[in-house]
Design a protein around this ligand. Structure first.
Ligand code: FAD
Ligand code: EPU
Length: 338
């Protein structure tokens, strides 16, 4: 097993932040992971798992061991009537996995096309886009307990999924390493085109009876039209979550801004669009030093090149303050800060 020391991780995070890891190693399964965790060189040091690095911001050099997840493999483990259970290694690239399932006639992931990163991180924040979240097609996952090395199975209930949330970001933060994820997919095409932007994109293409592949292609076109490609402009997607506020807060805001986008969130709560709130503060497309909020999507913080992690963090704090001062709404960061 190769262990790199004091090594750059710039190519391992989509913000393209120049930072160093004290140690960096790869693992391909529970055996290699167990060996690394038992290595006395790393005893007492902080440890983190890295997938595609598309939802992290390094604000300083990482003082411990970064474990890069390379657990591979995709297999259909069981078929029951219309349902096929498909298991994917945590180190598989997410979009390649989505394409693989579609090519095999296994449906349900099409709305989640082109999300960067790896399969293993998908349950961490219950990734979602265009009307689907992974909790909708999730079956179970296997995770390695860092203290003790037991491999435990989590079903959907045990994962406690919420909007950009799971138990792995909360009560079990830093305690488990996800090894593989199993999805319950359908052999019958059943498309979900309720999200307004998908309906509009399909109409534009003249498609009235879309297949899952049509939906996937529509999602790809929408994403490419407004989200910056990290290969060209460093970013980690939405920097903040969309805030969910009590109904009375929403009513107060709607009085002043009748056009404010809003989505019912259940239990007397309303989800607001953070991108809209940020745009109203005048931050959209505005550059501050080496970074800024993207000109097409104000919720995406971009690195124009050479930004330090601290500079990006400071800009996010200024954006949070502007939104709070203007609307009295607190934004919460979606990106994992290190
Ligand atoms: P990383 O950034 O490597 O890790 C994220 C977190 O998960 C870290 O805390 C890490 O320690 C932990 N982690 C990673 N793998 C494991 C594991 N195997 N076991 C335990 N912990 C682990 N997200 C959405 O939900 N919807 C979107 O539409 C979306 N669009 C995006 C668009 C762009 C252009 C970009 C850059 C990002 C977007 N994202 C989106 C965010 C990001 O792609 C997802 O959060 C993705 O799941 C992160 O995967 P990753 O492998 O890159 O995770
Ligand atoms: N909006 C603006 N100005 C902007 C950006 C958005 O007014 O600069 C408005 C839009 O007009 C629309 C609303 O805000 O009325 C929502 O915008 P959009 O449909 O682009 O989605 P979003 O809420 O900004 C969320 C997710 C994305 C996901 C898309 C599509 C979060 C934090 N973000 O963005 O996920 O791809 O919906 O489903 O929930 C991510 O998590 O990294 C991510 C990119």
């Amino acid at each position: 097993m190769t262990v790199l020391e004091n090594t750059s991780i710039k190519h391992l995070n989509t913000f393209g932040i120049e930072a160093k890891a004290r140690f960096l190693a790869h693992f391909t399964g529970p055996e290699s992971l167990g060996k690394l965790l038992a290595d006395p060189r790393f005893e007492g040091l902080p440890k983190m798992i890295l997938g595609g690095g598309s939802n992290v911001l390094f604000t300083e050099d990482y003082p411990g061991l970064i474990l890069k997840n390379e657990v591979k493999g995709i297999e259909a483990v069981r078929e029951e009537g219309d349902v096929v259970l498909v298991k994917a290694g945590a180190g598989e690239n997410w979009h390649e996995f989505v394409s693989y399932t579609l090519n095999h006639g296994w449906y349900g992931l099409e709305n989640l096309s082109l999300i960067p990163g790896n399969v293993g991180a998908s349950p961490m924040q219950n990734i979602g886009a265009y009307g689907t979240e992974i909790k909708d097609i999730f079956h179970s996952l296997e995770a390695y307990e860092i203290s003790g090395g037991a491999v435990k199975i989590f079903d959907a209930e045990a994962c406690r999924f919420g909007y950009r949330e799971s138990v792995f970001k909360r009560a079990l933060k830093g305690r488990y390493i996800i090894l593989n994820v199993t999805f319950a997919l359908s052999k019958t095409p059943r498309v979900n085109t309720r999200y307004g932007a998908i309906t509009a994109e399909l109409e534009k293409a003249g498609i009235t009876d879309p297949t899952p592949k049509d939906v996937s292609e529509a999602v790809i076109r929408i994403r490419q039209s407004k989200l910056p490609d990290p290969a060209e402009l460093g970013n980690a997607g939405s920097f903040f979550k969309n805030p969910v506020v009590p109904e009375e807060v929403f009513k107060r805001l709607q009085k002043e801004w009748p056009e404010i986008p809003n989505y019912p969130a259940g239990e007397g709560r309303v989800k607001l669009a953070a991108g809209w709130l940020i745009e109203k503060t005048g931050r959209k497309g505005k550059r501050t030093g080496n970074c800024g909020m993207h000109k097409m999507q104000a919720l995406v913080l971009v690195n124009y090149g050479g930004a330090k992690g601290k500079e990006i963090y400071d800009l996010s704090a200024a954006v949070k303050k502007d939104v709070y001062d203007m609307f009295g709404v607190e934004l919460e960061r979606e990106v994992n800060i290190l």
